[in-house]
Ligand binder design. Structure first.
Ligand code: SF4
Length: 448
C-alpha cells in the first residue's frame, strides 16, 4: 500500500514520518494578541500543528496576522484553519493557512453545490500549497449519508470515501482524513473500516486520530488513550489530537506520551492472554512500575484499553509500584474509568464535553465540572456540555441531555437533539438541566 505524505507548512504528515502531535487554540481568533501568545506557548510545549477556529472572514484576516507574527518571531509551526458551514470562508482560509479543516457534513446542504464548491477549494489549495483535512464527525454526518448508510461507522467511512474520490477526480492528494466520535467504539470502527478501504485501493491518506468531546481530567485522558491506542497499536494513524476540556497546553504531554508509546515498543504483542474457556470472563492481570500516576494511567490505558474494547479480555486486575503516592482506591477508580472508556461497564454517567474554542463564551471547564458534580448519580445517561450553539447540538450525537452555550451568558438546554429551554441565564442553566432530567424521570419520558 502506498502511503501518501502531506506537506503542511514545513512538516510532512503520513508516509513514514513520525506521529505528529497537534492541538487547537481556545482563544477567540480575532483576539490576535491572546491567540498569538497561546500559539507561542503551545509551540514551545511541543505542538507541531496548531488549529484556530475560523468562523468568518474576519477570523481569516486575524489568522493571517497571527501567522505573520509567529513567523517574525521565528515560530514556524504550521497553522490550521478550522472552518464549518461556509465554503467562502474555506476558500479565503486556504490562501492563508497551511491547512484547512472542513466538515463535509456541514459544508453545504445541497450535495451538488457542495461538490462544486469543493472543486473550487481544491484549486485554491493547489495554488497555495495548502493541505486539506476532511474532518468527518459522527455527530454531524450529512443527512444523505445517514439515509443511505445510517449514522454508523460505515456511514462515516462512506462519507470519507466519497470526498476522497472527489479530490482524486480533481487530481489532489494533499488530504488528511479524520473520523471522530465521542464513542471510542464508533471512532475505532470507523477508522479501521476506512483503513481496510485504503488497503483495498492501495493508497493510504494520512489519518488524524482523536476521540472528540472526550471531557477532562483522568476520564478524558483515559478515553482518548483507549481510542487512539486502539488504532496506533495496529499501525493506523499519522497525527493525533487529544481533545480535553482544559487549557490546550495540557493536551500536549498526553498526545506526546501516546505518540511515543507506540514508537518505542510493540506494546500488545508480548502480553500473554488466557484463552476464553466456556464463555467465562477473561480477567487480565498486569503489574506496572511507574514514576508517576499519570504514566501509569496512560500506559495501562494504551495496553489494556484496546484489549477491552475489542472484547479480547473482559476485566483487569492491576498492581502498581509508583514513585508518586497513591491511595488503594485510586486503582479501582482507574479500573472503573478504563472499563467505561472501553465501553464495557458503565459505572457513572457518560459525559460528552467539547474542548472549547474561539466560539466558547463561558468558562467551559468550570461549568463542566459543576455539571459532573451535580449529575454524578445519573448512571447510564449521556450528558453533554458544549461550548457553542453553532456546532454543539450537531456534535453531541449520543447525548440524552445537553447544556449548550448560546451566546454570552445564555444557555440552551437540550433533550436529545431538541432544545427544550432556550436563552436560559447562565446562573440558572444547571438547575434547568437537572429540572428537565428529573421531570423526565418522573414522567417516564426518558428513563434508562
Ligand atoms: Fe468550539 Fe465546542 Fe463549538 Fe466545537 S462545539 S465549535 S469546540 S465551542
Amino acid at each position: 500500500m502506498k502511503k501518501t505524505g502531506v506537506k503542511v507548512g514545513d512538516i510532512t504528515i503520513g508516509e513514514n514520518n513520525h506521529i505528529v502531535v497537534q492541538t487547537m487554540c481556545n482563544t477567540a481568533t480575532q483576539n490576535i494578541e491572546a491567540s498569538f501568545k497561546q500559539c507561542v506557548k503551545l509551540a514551545k510545549a511541543g505542538a507541531e500543528l496548531i488549529r484556530l477556529t475560523t468562523q468568518g472572514i474576519k477570523e481569516v484576516e486575524a489568522l493571517k496576522v497571527i501567522k505573520e507574527k509567529l513567523r517574525e518571531n521565528g515560530i514556524r509551526t504550521p497553522l490550521v484553519a478550522d472552518v464549518h458551514f461556509s465554503a467562502e470562508v474555506a476558500l479565503a482560509a486556504a490562501e492563508v493557512a497551511d491547512k484547512v479543516r472542513i466538515n463535509p457534513g456541514n459544508f453545504a446542504t445541497d450535495h451538488n453545490i457542495a461538490f462544486a464548491q469543493f472543486s473550487k477549494l481544491i484549486e485554491v489549495c493547489k495554488k497555495n500549497n495548502t493541505a486539506l483535512r476532511i474532518g468527518i464527525n459522527h455527530g454531524s454526518l450529512d443527512e444523505r449519508i445517514i439515509e443511505k448508510y445510517g449514522n454508523t461507522p460505515n456511514g462515516m467511512k462512506e462519507s470519507a470515501v466519497e470526498w476522497i474520490r472527489m479530490a482524486q477526480d480533481n487530481d489532489f492528494n494533499q488530504l488528511i482524513i479524520s473520523l471522530k466520535s465521542s464513542s471510542t467504539r464508533i471512532m475505532v470502527d470507523a477508522y479501521r473500516l476506512l483503513y481496510k478501504e485504503f488497503e483495498k485501493s492501495g493508497i493510504a491518506y494520512p489519518l488524524h486520530l482523536g476521540v472528540t468531546e472526550a471531557g477532562n481530567g483522568e476520564a478524558g485522558r483515559i478515553k482518548s488513550a483507549v481510542g487512539i491506542a486502539s488504532l496506533l497499536s495496529y499501525g493506523i494513524g499519522d497525527t493525533i489530537r487529544v481533545s480535553l476540556t482544559e487549557d490546550p497546553l495540557n493536551e500536549i504531554p498526553v498526545a506526546k506520551f501516546l505518540a511515543d508509546y507506540f514508537l518505542t515498543e510493540a506494546k500488545n504483542g508480548g502480553q500473554r492472554i488466557a484463552e476464553r474457556v466456556n464463555n467465562n470472563p477473561v480477567i487480565f492481570e498486569k503489574s506496572y512500575n511507574c514514576k508517576t500516576w499519570s504514566e501509569f494511567i496512560l500506559s495501562a490505558s494504551c495496553d489494556l484499553g484496546p484489549l477491552l474494547l475489542d472484547k479480547i479480555i473482559d476485566d483487569v486486575e492491576l498492581h502498581l509500584e509508583c514513585d508518586e503516592k497513591f491511595e488503594n482506591g485510586d486503582i479501582s477508580r482507574f479500573r472503573d474509568e478504563l472499563l467505561q472508556a472501553s465501553r464495557r461497564k458503565f459505572s457513572k454517567p457518560e459525559y460528552i464535553a467539547c474542548p472549547g474554542c474561539g466560539r466558547t463564551l463561558f468558562n467551559l471547564e468550570s461549568v463542566f465540572n459543576e455539571v459532573k458534580r451535580r449529575t454524578s448519580h445519573l448512571v447510564g445517561y449521556n450528558i453533554a456540555v458544549m461550548g457553542c450553539i453553532v456546532n454543539g447540538p450537531g456534535e453531541m450525537a449520543d447525548a440524552d441531555y445537553g447544556y449548550v452555550g448560546e451566546g454570552r451568558n445564555r444557555v440552551s438546554i437540550y433533550r436529545g437533539k431538541t432544545p427544550v429551554y432556550r436563552a436560559v441565564p447562565e446562573n440558572e442553566a444547571i438547575d434547568k438541566l437537572l429540572e428537565l432530567i428529573e421531570q423526565d424521570i418522573r414522567n417516564k419520558i426518558f428513563t434508562i
